[in-house]
Design a protein. Sequence first.
Length: 166
Amino acid sequence: MKRLFFLVPTLRTLRQINQELTVTRISADHIHVYGGSPILLQKAHIPAASILQTTDFVPALKRGAIIGIFLSAVLTIIYLLLLPENVQLNPFAMAALIFFGILFGSWTSSLIGVGINNTMVEKYSNYVNKGHYLMMIDSADDNGSNIIYRVVNHHPQARIAGATAT
């Protein structure tokens, strides 16, 4: 999946793009808009971006799980090396320790990630603060160029801001 970012200057243009995308069978679940009043976006039937799209929450969650696996595996190995020979460790206890490490790493990293803005949101925050919008569209990798072509050619006032992998 790929997340496409577009800079859209007005609510009217945003509404037109949203309607055009829904007609082309892009689900409203794949469209997110950052900026403006959430109430105005809701009245215009445009999905506002949530904390999942505007912060570093999801990438931090993934990084935390990987770090948690690594650290809990290292701690489990150290624990096994320090155990006396006559003490046997239940395999369920080892699995539980690794699972706890994954959960703990994910939890702590996601707490940090919630406080950090998405890099694209941060980059265009001045544009959004001036009353404009940052539109995010999630698409399959093979459909991204079609969406870019449709938005930019049908709405010349909208500009492509970039793309990231999701």
